[in-house]
Ligand binder design. Structure first.
Ligand code: B12
Length: 445
């Protein structure tokens, strides 16, 4: 079969004022440029386990030129789904299905809303793709595709993870590639729309598999920049202490997402830096303690650590690893004062990088269900608003206008040339001081 794996790519936002602003904001634009060119690891993973007699094509939506009329012919089309671009994915699926081409949709959005998705495609996949992909291919060959494949009922171990088909990529188009070491996260944050939606428990890929993926990437790109597609990397420090010395030998640069507990292990931080870790992205969520209460459904993990937030940032950065601190605007308990609070926190903690987003009720999350019950969703099924930059709920302690305008104003202040430069310079000065103190000249490299 000629199989088209179609990825939704690029960065989205509906707020036109914010988009216009974004054009002049270095922090916003730099990070979005970097991540906008990431390929779909989910689809490359499915490609990697597809038997060789199939003819696989990995296409990103802009390269399909779908809007220009004719669609490329395939025998089977597989499309991945995140909420913000689901309308486009549905339209494409519908066009293919109408032409008699079997079309399969998978990913977090359709896992949350399979009945919605079924209106537009032949089959919907719930959860991780790996446990059902070979069955789908066989059923498609026999023209017996089922309406639904529920992988959540099957226990999939990352020890069986296939090698993603990185060789399908035109590598010149990307400035980073993704590798996944883990799925899930032990924290159960109410708003989380990450891999928890497709995989219920935290699991890790064996070290040798991760290294094999990096080695494969190094074959097509010497000294690559790797973005780990993990939601929370450093849950198991022993695992990383086995992986990091091996990573060091590969001479790569890498970035990942983690919780703050990484600051508690100096040995781990040193090993991370030595192995090329450039930045960690950490969900600090709120610059004040109260809105953190009840944020996680299991325990108040972040609230419990709030008092040590700034010190933890400083500890990580003193190891030469920059911290990208993430804050959410619009959490219950926050007032219009939150924008100044975030700015002050970033300043006082001397964060190298900062990411601000608007609280977003993604389908399938506990947040969505709660806001729906409270009648606080503005347009409950307008998934285009699921961008992390668009407001689609009624905030508790400020008006919608206050939140929108406050967010734009904060973005301008945080990402102004002046403040961005100050953050960069302060990081370097602090590091120089640490280096002179510790005589570890490598840190400044
Ligand atoms: C890399 C990344 C991107 C990349 C690449 C996205 C892509 N095309 O895959 C880019 C930069 C393009 C991107 C863009 C966006 N992203 Co993004 N991104 C990520 C990130 C960091 C990793 C995703 C990843 O690679 N996961 C690993 C793979 C293996 O998992 P997977 O894609 O879910 O695929 C598995 C299953 O879902 C399933 N599957 C998926 N598709 C299919 C299809 C078929 C046919 C089958 C059978 C199975 C299947 O099988 C796969 C293997 O098990 C996550 C955060 C995180 N740490 O996870 C956010 C994340 C996915 N992004 C998010 C968001 C909000 C966005 C944007 C809206 C941001 C914006 N404002 O523009 C856009 C929208 C994307 C789009 N255009 O539709 C949210 C999505 C929430 C949601 N439920 O919709 C996440 C979870 C981050 C968050 N803060 O919540 N993103």
């Amino acid at each position: 079969m000629k199989i088209g794996l179609i990825a939704m790519s690029g960065i989205r936002a509906c707020d036109t004022e914010l988009l216009e602003l974004g054009l002049t904001l270095p922090g916003f634009v730099e990070r979005s440029k970097q991540i906008a060119s990431l390929p779909s690891l989910g689809l490359l993973t499915l490609a990697g386990m597809t038997p060789e007699h199939h003819d696989i094509h990995y296409v990103e939506i802009p390269d399909l030129h779908a809007e220009e009329g004719e669609l490329e012919e395939f025998d089977l089309v597989a499309i991945s789904s995140y909420s913000a671009q689901i309308d486009e994915a549905y339209e494409l699926a519908h066009r293919y299905r109408t032409r008699g081409i079997p079309t399969v949709l998978g990913g977090p959005h359709v896992t949350a809303l399979p009945h919605e998705a079924q209106k537009y495609c032949t089959s919907v996949v719930l959860g991780e793709g790996e446990p059902v992909w070979l069955e789908i291919l066989e059923d498609a060959e026999n023209e017996q595709l089922k309406l639904l494949y529920d992988a959540r009922k099957r226990d999939f171990s990352l020890a069986d993870a296939p090698m993603p088909a990185f060789e399908l990529l035109d590598i010149s188009k990307y400035n980073r590639l993704t590798v996944q070491t883990s799925r899930g996260c032990p924290h159960n944050c109410e708003f989380c729309a990450g891999s928890r939606l497709i995989c219920s428990h935290y699991k890790q890929k064996p070290v040798e598999k991760v290294l094999a993926e990096i080695d494969r990437i190094c074959e097509i790109w010497q000294h690559p920049f790797i973005e780990l597609a993990d939601d929370n990397s450093f849950v198991n420090h022993a695992y990383w202490k086995e992986l990091l010395p091996e990573l060091k030998k590969r001479q790569i640069k890498w970035f990942t997402e983690t919780d703050l507990s990484v600051a508690e292990d100096h040995e781990l931080l040193s090993m991370m830096r030595e192995s090329g870790c450039a930045q960690v992205l950490i969900g600090l969520e709120s610059p004040t303690e109260e809105p953190l209460r009840g944020l996680e459904k299991n325990a108040n993990w972040k609230q419990g650590r709030f008092a040590g937030y700034k010190e933890a940032v400083s500890t990580i950065q003193s190891h030469g690893i920059t911290v990208n601190g993430c804050f959410i605007a619009g959490l219950d308990g926050q007032t219009a004062g939150v924008f100044d609070d975030i700015y002050d926190f970033v300043h006082d903690a001397e964060l190298y990088e900062v990411q601000i987003t608007i609280l977003t009720p993604f389908p399938g999350t506990a947040l969505y269900e709660r806001l729906k019950k409270q009648n606080r969703l503005i347009e409950p099924t307008n998934w285009k608003m699921c961008t992390l930059f668009d407001l689609n709920f009624r905030p508790q302690n400020m008006t919608e206008e206050e939140l929108r305008k406050g967010f734009q104003g904060l973005a301008m202040r945080l990402y102004s040339d002046e403040f961005t430069q100050w953050r960069r310079d302060t990081f370097k000065q602090n590091l120089r001081r640490t280096v002179n103190g510790s005589k570890d000249k490598q840190l400044c490299a």
